[in-house]
Design a protein around this ligand. Sequence first.
Ligand code: ATP
Length: 202
Amino acid sequence: MKIKRVEIQGFKSFVDRVALDFESGITAILGPNGCGKSNIVDAIRWAMGEQNAKNLRGRAMEDVIFGGSESRKPLGMAEVSMIFANEDGQAPAAYRQYAEIMVTRRLFRNGDSEYLINKTPCRLLDISELFMDTGVGARAYSIIEQGKIGMILNAKPEDRRFLIEEAAGVTKYKSRKKAALRKIEATRQNLLRLGDIVAEVR
Ligand code: ATP
């Protein structure tokens, strides 16, 4: 899936709504130090579900909400929307009929948060599943920041395998297998408890 557009409002230094269009080919973002270039990458990572504030260069998740400047008051909400082109039909079956998929994340200062896919509220899990095996996603290889290439080259084989599995499209099945194994274990525990009860009432 290819990023077509990113809309940012109230996220870090982006107090007013900003829309960035990504045309085909290479897009470069230029600007003086501290103008907000890295904040755009943080916004993209955040919209795709990043849960760790440290990976967004903050201490707490609330730090992503515009905190005020000399001329502007702090805002109460951050919102980032990403629009993906699904021309290659790489999106999961549930979204395959859409030519464009819009993913939105909102965070309010009281801690409430919202996730939406095509303007319909959804769970964080739905967002993660949407990106699984596409190479896009909060932790996927689509975001290569400074030092990441060195990190990949020096990574332990099992960590490097994670990237290869994502590229090969195996991640989704591994994640579903994990969830199924958890359910089997919970069912096994329930059966054990049931067995005890049956033995007691006999
Ligand atoms: P460099 O070229 O030095 O790496 P950059 O263009 O990548 O800089 P960023 O790191 O994206 O710049 O932006 C830093 C700016 O964002 C700082 O001025 C900082 O005050 C501002 N900023 C970060 N978080 C917030 C926030 N929650 N509210 C308001 N401003 C913020």
